[in-house]
Write a protein that binds this ligand. Sequence first.
Ligand SMILES: [Mg+2]
Length: 441
Amino acid sequence: MRAHASLLHLDLDAFFAAVEQRDKPSLRGKPVVVGGVGSRGVVATASYEARKYGVRSAMSTREARSRCPHAAFLTGRFHAYREASTAVMTLLRSVSPLVEPLSLDEAFIDLEQAGLPDLEVPTVTAFAEELRGRVSEVTRGLTASVGLGTSKFIAKVASDLDKPDGLVVVPPGTEAELLRPMHVTVIPGVGPATAERLRRAGIHTVLDLEAVGLDELVRLVGKAHGTGLFHLARAEDDRAVVPEREAKSVSVEGTYDTDLTDRRLMEGLLTRQAGEVAERLRKHGLSGRTVSIKVRLHDFTTLSRSSTLHSPTDSTATIARLARGLLTDLDTSGGVRLLGVGVSGLADWIQEDLFGETTDEAEEPPEVVEPPSIRRSTWAPGMDVEHAEMGRGWVWGAGRGVVTVRFETAESPAGPVRSYPEDDPQLSAWRPPVTEDEQAG
Ligand SMILES: [Mg+2]
């Protein structure tokens, strides 16, 4: 624990839903639920208006619909989320070299290297308030909640205290006082199972936990966990902010507007992506030992699997074979909306091949029919579209051969709604131009 509240945790508020409300003026101030919209869908993020009805992340979409039937249920638009996230992380890295992203919308920042005149409470508070303003500027209006404290643990607790659009500084020396009345689940690592064990031992709050000796805690929850709890209950946390290492990987990924379910199609796509990765490696004289795949399921769960070779490779055939093998271990029966292949553990030399095999067996990428990113029968609610005459808008709903579009963008007022036959040639899916930057891992 430090002497100053120099650890900052920043968390964008209701991130996916906030991006949707920004880009869809008619949804501002209304309940919005982003997630899987199918029968087995799960809520990824609910706007604060939807939370009032009890809609929560990780709840089934079915339950969310019954709690808040008038909400807008939207499928995600990752290009928009990633764009906002990149803008925020770039800003954070410009204020301190020590930035540790936890997810698209959350990061720790160490202010000890932010060049502030001092780290006293008024100084860090003013800095954080200004930073919140700049986050709003670079994201064109998203809000962030910020917490400041003497450790990562306290900073993260603090950012959650006054959500949304809040700023909470926990002055050094007041940590224990803040934590004591809180439920034990405030402590990182105390999930439902641990909480239940503690509850049976009569331990509900952090104050209760503080009264328990180390030996008894170890007996209750095991050695590693017990020791951690003992210290965290006293707000003792010395974890450093670990900046993301420079991206030492090359990757290619694709997102799809309809869930892919055909295994052979997925394998074909992975093979083609492997070819692109290998080509990029060779172009830069690189090779890598670890091949990974990234798979985002229909409910937004993102899985990665990797496999490490004895020696680095830049071979299409090798990367493709490993990537396809990694896919076989995953249950993708519910549908896949993103697939990607990457190679990391890069070396700028290729190990001399002692077995005399040539590096590339020139596997021809199979013929792959591009998945239906523009297939007209699959208009997903929330997706971006463009109409030849009406311009840009988003899918409000679709079914029975008809697609209904609301024509508005972040910069326009709430716009008109029109319906079209779902195969109307004037209507197409809209995607932002893809830059080289976004493609490279
Ligand atoms: Mg958030």
